[in-house]
Design a protein. Structure first.
Length: 142
């Protein structure tokens, strides 16, 4: 089965102690490894202001993770663990490999189309014309 790549972002309450956030991250890493997945990267973005209130909070502690997995069941388990946690107020998981595959396909399609028909050469720009000085009292043509 092919590897799938997921982005997981979750927001904890702003007053959550660092030890508890580390515990949540360790739980997710352990659960991912238990189900055959792998956490590629973990970034703690720190406390940031939210765009709107979430569970009566204006700020939250953001954590970003990149996860590699072959099964979709792992994501259900990770989201279940996050929803049960009291410190987590919001989370979101996004599958990236489909988007990356789509972008590769578009690039390949563009390259094929470009190789089929040569690009038209732009016509050289005409030289700017010199302004014609007004003629001194030319007789009107009849």
């Amino acid at each position: 089965m092919e590897q799938r790549q997921y982005d997981l972002i979750f927001i904890c309450r702003p007053a959550t102690p660092e030890e508890e956030i580390n515990k949540i991250v360790a739980t997710i890493e352990h659960s991912a490894a238990e189900h055959g997945g792998k956490v590629e990267k973990t970034e703690r973005w720190g406390t940031r202001r939210l765009a709107y209130r979430v569970s009566k909070h204006r700020e939250g502690f953001f954590v970003y993770m990149v996860i590699q997995a072959t099964q979709g069941d792992i994501i259900k388990e990770l989201e279940r663990r996050l929803s049960v946690s009291d410190a987590v107020i919001k989370y979101q998981t996004i599958r990236l490999d489909e988007e990356l595959k789509r972008q590769k396909k578009l690039v390949h399609h563009r390259e094929r189309r470009a190789s089929r028909r040569p690009r038209k050469q732009a016509a050289p720009a005409p030289a700017p014309q010199q302004p014609v000085p007004p003629a001194a009292e030319q007789p009107a043509a009849s």
